[in-house]
Design a protein around this ligand. Structure first.
Ligand code: ASP
Ligand code: MG
Length: 592
């Protein structure tokens, strides 16, 4: 008999009627021959209400007492859910996090799961009971109640599905599934039938906000297919499956996202030498600021500019830390722009197709939108644009890649995603011990790359489009792209190409510099070091560890490009092997 985990969010248990609807759904799943574990959130806005009550008492509640308070929300809903199931004539037992045996560390209000015992749940399921688990909570070594961070019930659900080796983890919520972009921003947004874990990881923190990112990390790590469905749909309309495949094998782009409130900081004129990136990002980590879209570009004069984005709310803290770093490194100065937004396209198919980035840049240029900075990963291209143009930018890329239209080759929802998980309990338990640890999938080296830079091109719409169209028309596959912030009306654009394409790429660059102005630099022998993994986003400090290891090995960082699931660093090809060794050592404890 298969196990199904069904998670009901706050809106899906907001009142007695909705609790009954959820209860019926679970009973139906049981009658269809499954063992059913429900994971339930607090009713409606109960958690917000509890947070508010605490605020009325004190500005600075202790974490332990906060968790004691917040965990009550879920305790109410599991009890009511059990009563609803009883009243419908089926058997059910509600359990708190402690009763299930969800052990966490002691970081109150953002605890991480360390282990889950399945014995009690399995016994209850074998006895024919529906198990109703309180989401979002656990217990530490000393029996203190802990919570997993806001939205943590998703994580509870996926974690239970993983340890129970469930057939499916169904997430019932108030939306129909995962959309190609936020439907509140773009009316043409379309519900996807399926989307890959990697795509949603890149999208989730980009503002799609469908599910708690950590729950997707779990899903990926333990290969749990996650079905996102609307709890109010009575027809059991299919939602979206988050699994190992993307919706279409043909399409380069699956979704687009907007992060509205970004600020960019640039440290101008730092010496281009080992340890500089580490110097900057250790200062930022020291004040707990998460950094995104790191763009570092060595300038023509032996100095480099390092820019990165932070959320606008963190700007004051981040600027102070940046100024400290700039003083220590004897940089020329610190600049910032607080009125930016980030627009990104994501797609597994991008990794193998040319001419994706340039299409995005062309679509933006057709709207007269200037690109302030670019970073790329294997499956994502992000650009910074002025905030007042962000919505137009999102709409134009959504249209350009025809995301409103279902792909022709889509896999039908009903087909079961192939589960590669094995029911090897010992293996899962062993992996569980480190379940929430940072999982670095791989540290890799590509030594056969070349770096092309065009310095001082005009910073205006259409320039990036022109450059990457010219490169794509020669059939040259571009990997990491970085465009630095424009200053004095000029910008620098760097990217890497396979070394075998360096002659062709150089020809294109020279003719581009005649056309657009600017100066070409070709670095025929560079290597790309890549750290790829799950949890890079929620574990700050991955970049920091990388920069530290490279600084200690005295390896200069020529260019950096970040995304949610990977950090790319370009170094001199002669230093590639040493860099790889340094990174492997630095991540040895978490390499899966
Ligand atoms: N009730 C908690 C919250 O509102 C956990 C959850 O709903 O996932 O954050
Ligand atoms: Mg919730």
């Amino acid at each position: 008999m298969g196990i199904i985990v069904q998670k009901f969010g706050g809106t899906s248990v907001a009142n007695a009627e909705k609790i009954r609807v959820a209860a019926r759904r679970a009973i139906r799943a049981q009658q269809n021959g499954n063992q059913v574990v429900m994971v339930v959130s607090a009713m409606g806005h109960q958690t917000d209400h509890l947070v508010d009550l605490a605020k009325q008492i004190t500005d600075d509640p202790s974490g332990r007492e906060m968790d004691m308070l917040l965990s009550t929300g879920e305790q109410v809903s599991v009890a009511l859910m059990a009563m609803a199931i009883h009243s419908l004539g089926a058997q059910a037992v509600s359990l708190t996090g402690a009763q299930i045996g969800i052990r966490t560390d002691s970081s109150h209000t953002k605890a991480r799961i360390q282990s889950i015992s399945t014995d009690r749940m399995k016994k209850l399921l074998d006895d024919g009971k529906i198990v109703i688990a309180a989401g979002f909570q656990g217990i530490d070594e000393d029996f203190n109640i802990t919570t997993l961070g806001r939205g943590g019930s998703d994580t509870t659900a996926v974690a239970l599905a993983a340890v129970l080796n469930a057939d499916a983890c169904e997430i019932y919520t108030d939306v129909d599934g995962v959309f190609t972009t936020d439907p509140r921003l773009v009316a043409e947004a379309r519900k996807m039938d399926r989307v890959s874990h990697d795509e949603i990881l890149e999208l989730a923190s980009l503002g799609a906000g469908v599910m708690h990112s950590r729950s997707i990390e779990f899903g990926k790590k333990f290969n749990v297919p996650i079905h996102v469905c609307n709890s109010q749909s009575f027809s059991d309309e299919p939602g979206t499956v988050i699994g190992s495949h993307s919706e279409s094998a043909d399409r380069a782009v699956s979704g687009a996202a907007l992060t509205k409130n970004e600020a960019q900081i640039t440290i101008v004129g730092v010496p281009d030498q080992p340890g500089v990136s580490y110097g900057v990002f250790s200062k930022l980590a020291g004040v707990n600021v998460a950094v995104d879209m790191i763009v570092q570009n060595a300038g023509a004069d032996g100095s480099a500019d390092i820019s990165f984005t932070v959320l606008e709310d963190d700007l004051t803290k981040a600027l102070q830390a940046s100024k400290n770093a700039a003083d220590e490194l004897k940089a020329k100065g610190v600049e910032h722009d607080a009125s930016l937004s980030k627009v990104s396209i994501v797609g597994l198919g991008m990794a193998t197709q040319t001419g994706v980035a340039d299409r995005m840049f062309r679509a933006l240029s057709d709207e007269g939108i200037n690109i302030e900075a670019i970073t790329t990963s294997e499956i994502k291209v992000s650009v910074l644009v002025k905030r007042d143009q962000a919505l137009a930018a999102l709409r134009s890329v959504h249209g350009e890649f025809e995301l409103d239209r279902a792909p022709k080759d889509r896999v039908k929802f009903g087909e079961k995603p192939t589960a590669t998980r094995k029911a090897d309990a010992a293996d899962i338990v062993a992996r569980l011990q480190r379940m929430e640890d940072l999982a670095i999938e791989s540290v890799s080296l590509d030594e056969a790359q070349a770096q092309m830079t065009l310095f001082d091109v005009p910073d205006k719409p259409g320039i990036s489009a022109r450059i990457f169209e010219a490169v794509a028309s020669e059939g040259i596959l571009v990997d990491t792209i970085v465009q630095s912030i424009g200053r004095d009306g000029l910008a620098d654009i760097s990217f890497t190409v396979p070394r075998k394409s360096v002659k062709d790429a150089e020809k294109v660059m020279l003719s581009l510099s005649e056309e657009l102005g600017g100066e070409v630099k070709v670095d025929p022998e560079v290597a790309i070091l890549t750290v790829k993994g799950v949890g890079i986003r929620s574990h700050t400090g991955v970049g920091l560890r990388m920069f530290k290891a490279l600084a200690e090995a005295k390896i200069n960082v020529e260019m950096v490009s970040t995304s949610e699931i990977r950090v790319n660093v370009v170094v001199d090809a002669a230093k590639g092997a040493a860099g790889l060794a340094a990174l492997k050592a630095a991540f040895a404890d978490v390499l899966g």
